[in-house]
Design a protein around this ligand. Structure first.
Ligand code: ZN
Ligand code: ZN
Length: 329
């Protein structure tokens, strides 16, 4: 019998790729072109003053929400505290001042974390979508490993050793796309995303990237997309794991399109992904916290809201949160 063929997102010889667009995904040359040519020759839209981004006190239930209650608190960027079926789950945690390999340079935080680190309730699960600095922060991982030793970390293929080396004493579960793991009464599935991984030179695609579907035994369901361009699998994700009470979808870091379109959805694509996903509510993430790309910092939610209205979706289904704000369902 011949062995099962390699899944199409696995590179022959090791590492990972996007099965839909890999040839088109821009490489290091495009990064240089963006940084050195595009950015220096074109005017960029002006950013608002950071004070326009409000921060409100969180309203999750410490230490744990009742079984039937679902809360989602936006700590900023892709960091969210999710209380589902009695568990506390945290996504892509970054509490540091910069999303960067060094503390003295790189994108600086525009808004303080919406939840004070000391106020993070006892964690059952930490979810990591991929290894970019704005999603996987060395110092935050070390602090969480120390202060939440009971947490199970759920990561895409190849990322377990990163967490273990930084002191996580508990279980670290690595998932491939479509693989699942259950923590108490919550079933967690890693789902496809169109993106890439890298933290340095020559490590592109060595570890996997993904989103997560979270299904409580109580019937409440959440989808966290991680970092992703628009891809053809959103409908399948919705069919397999939906309907979702809420979809947490990235809407920022999309300009210039010739470079970013393969890596990050723009607001219109986020609304299209929402429609494919079988979800009741959209909470926009991955905007307003770190300046990563060329669009103005306050543009993503304006465009997302307009795309939402243009699609004729119910106004109450679009829930833009302030940093720290809690959505209770
Ligand atoms: Zn990323
Ligand atoms: Zn990102």
């Amino acid at each position: 019998m011949s062995p099962d063929p390699l899944p199409s997102h696995h590179r022959p010889g090791g590492g990972f790729r996007n099965p839909w667009v890999d040839q088109a995904v821009p490489g290091f040359g495009s990064l240089l072109k963006w940084m050195l040519v595009h950015r220096t020759t074109r005017p960029r839209p002006k950013d608002p003053d950071p004070s326009v981004f409000t921060r409100v006190p969180p309203d999750f239930v410490p230490p744990r929400a009742p079984l039937s209650q679902l809360t989602v608190t936006w700590a900023g960027h892709a960091s969210l505290l999710i209380q589902l079926n009695g568990l506390n789950l945290l996504t892509d945690p970054i509490w540091s001042e910069r999303a960067s390999p060094v503390s003295w340079a790189g994108p600086r935080r525009w808004v303080a974390p919406g939840i004070a680190f000391e106020d993070v309730p006892p964690l059952d699960v930490v979810l990591l979508s991929h290894n970019h600095y704005d999603h996987l922060d060395d110092q935050t991982v070390r602090r969480l490993a120390r202060t939440h030793p009971q947490a199970t970390w759920i990561v895409p293929l190849g990322l377990a050793s990163f967490v273990q080396k930084r002191g996580a004493p508990g279980a670290v579960v690595e998932l491939d796309w479509w693989q699942e793991s259950s923590i108490k009464a919550v079933r967690i599935a890693a789902t496809p995303a169109q993106h890439f991984s890298s933290r340095g030179i020559g490590d592109r695609g060595d570890t996997l990237w993904c989103g997560f579907s979270l299904s409580g035994a109580n019937g409440r369901r959440v989808y966290f997309a991680g970092d992703t361009g628009y891809h053809p699998e959103f409908r399948t994700i919705g069919e397999r794991y939906g309907p979702f009470d809420v979809a947490l979808l990235p809407i920022g870091a999309y300009e210039p399109r010739w470079f970013m379109r393969y890596l990050h959805m723009n607001p219109e694509e986020a609304v299209a992904a929402f429609r494919a996903l079988n979800a009741r509510m959209l909470v926009p993430i991955h905007w307003g916290t770190f300046k990563l790309t060329d669009e103005a910092m306050d543009e993503p939610p304006i465009r997302a809201r307009a795309a939402w209205d243009a699609a004729g979706l119910p106004p109450s289904g679009y829930r833009q949160l302030a940093h720290g704000e809690t959505l209770t369902l």
